[in-house]
Design a protein around this ligand. Structure first.
Ligand code: NAD
Ligand code: TYD
Length: 357
């Protein structure tokens, strides 16, 4: 195992989103001496309410801004003496990428290049003794599996959606910055996450949200597509492990060995919510509606996570049974959060907290 890297000042991009906010909450709890600067432009998916637990911590700073703004990125790197970048900011929803791919290329490809370039210059200027750049990516860059096999770090990139193509573009730039400039990059590729603060356009929170509201539950195609689900807190812990112990230049797959057919997961969420909402057994399943399939819908994702386990000793801690029950309980207890993110009212929160830009 390489020497442990100790981050002192971290620039987290996209820290107001689902995984970024879970990561900041996790990381700040375990690394009290480390400064965290959260750069997020607050798209529809960014929500500062997710960060209430850290907003008054003097080690935390929020900056509303765009990762494509090179001057802003350079200024933050220099003034905060940043030695670590953890890059979450992205357009992240496959269905949106099908109807509007342009913003995905801007944010996920150009935004990554701006961060890489400004970080490289900052490091080469000798501002900090050691540096790490961690690119948070997805197993979707590998494309689709048939009914057998797993994605390893050696699986060729074969993205099928504009979202996954734009993430693969970012990953290739990360590779190039390591090969060309010797820039100390790390690249993680994780399977589907679930847990608190997940925007209710993605499968699991959308189903919970619609069941509570007794709305139809849209299942794409035959419902037999397979996804490999990992709790977002396990993903956060894996990123911290890779940041501190990972070999610069390396890629690590992250997954929980937890494959589910979409229809099975929807049935499970229906049944758990029958009990929790005291509805008759089977009542929620009647809301399931099979709808037209997503174009280019990847059939199956499944991660081989043996490299991160073997090299760095990371393993998931959540069983799916516990994780999904806790997630449903979180949504039931946080209906106000759901109402706000779905109404857009949360955008006012920034103005209330921080005033005009
Ligand atoms: P999200 O959509 O919930 O959050 C994205 C965040 O990025 C938002 O806060 C948004 O405001 C911010 N952002 C977008 N464009 C920006 C820009 N130009 N400048 C600054 N901030 C910007 O996404 P997520 O689900 O939390 O995913 C985070 C990262 O993890 C992404 O890179 C995604 O590709 C990757 N990932 C996600 C999953 C998953 O299951 N959600 C799985 C593997 C990898
Ligand atoms: P999603 O949460 O969008 O994640 P991704 O496409 O990045 O894997 O979708 C997860 C799976 O659920 C995917 O196979 C598409 C399917 N799905 C539905 O069947 N209905 C829905 O309403 C949504 C949002 C997704």
């Amino acid at each position: 195992m390489p020497d442990t890297f100790i981050p002192r000042a971290v620039l987290v991009t996209g820290g107001a989103g689902f995984i970024g906010s879970n990561f900041i909450n996790h990381f700040m709890a375990g690394n009290p001496g480390c400064r965290v600067v959260n750069l997020d432009c607050l798209t529809y998916a960014g929500n500062l309410e997710n960060l209430k637990g850290v907003e008054n911590n003097p080690a935390y700073r929020f900056v509303r801004g765009d990762i494509c703004d090179a001057a802003l990125v350079a200024k933050l790197l220099a003034e905060e003496k940043i030695d670590t970048v953890v890059h979450f900011a992205a357009e992240s929803h496959v269905d949106r990428s099908i109807t509007g791919p342009e913003i995905f290329v801007r944010t996920n490809v150009l935004g990554t290049q701006v961060l890489l370039e400004e970080s490289r210059r900052h490091r080469e200027a000798g501002a900090v003794p050691a540096f790490r750049y961690l690119q948070v990516s997805t197993d979707e860059v590998y494309g689709s599996l048939g009914s057998t096999g797993y994605f390893t770090e050696e699986t060729p990139l074969a993205p099928n959606s504009p979202y996954s193509a734009s993430k693969a573009g970012g990953d290739l730039l990360v590779r190039a910055y390591h090969e060309t400039y010797g820039f100390p990059t790390l690249n993680t590729r994780c399977s589907n996450n679930y847990g608190p603060y997940h925007f209710p356009e993605k499968l699991i929170p959308l189903m919970i949200h619609n069941i509570i509201a007794r709305k139809p539950l849209p299942v794409y195609g035959d419902g037999l597509n397979v996804r490999d689900w990992l709790h977002v807190k396990d993903h956060s812990a894996a990123i911290e492990t890779v940041l501190k112990q990972g070999r610069p230049g390396a890629t690590y797959n992250i997954g929980g060995n937890n494959e589910w057919k979409n229809i099975d997961i929807v049935n499970l969420v229906c049944d758990l919510l029958d009990m929790k909402l005291e509805r008759a057994p089977g009542e929620n399943r009647r809301l399931i509606t099979f709808v037209k399939d997503r174009p280019g819908h990847d059939r199956r994702y499944a991660i081989d996570a043996s490299k991160i386990k073997g090299e760095l000793g990371w393993e998931p801690s959540y069983t799916f049974e516990r994780g999904i029950a806790e997630t449903i309980d979180w949504y039931l207890a946080n209906q106000e959060w759901v109402r706000e993110v779905t109404s857009g009212a949360y955008r006012d929160y920034y103005e209330k907290q921080y005033g005009e830009r």
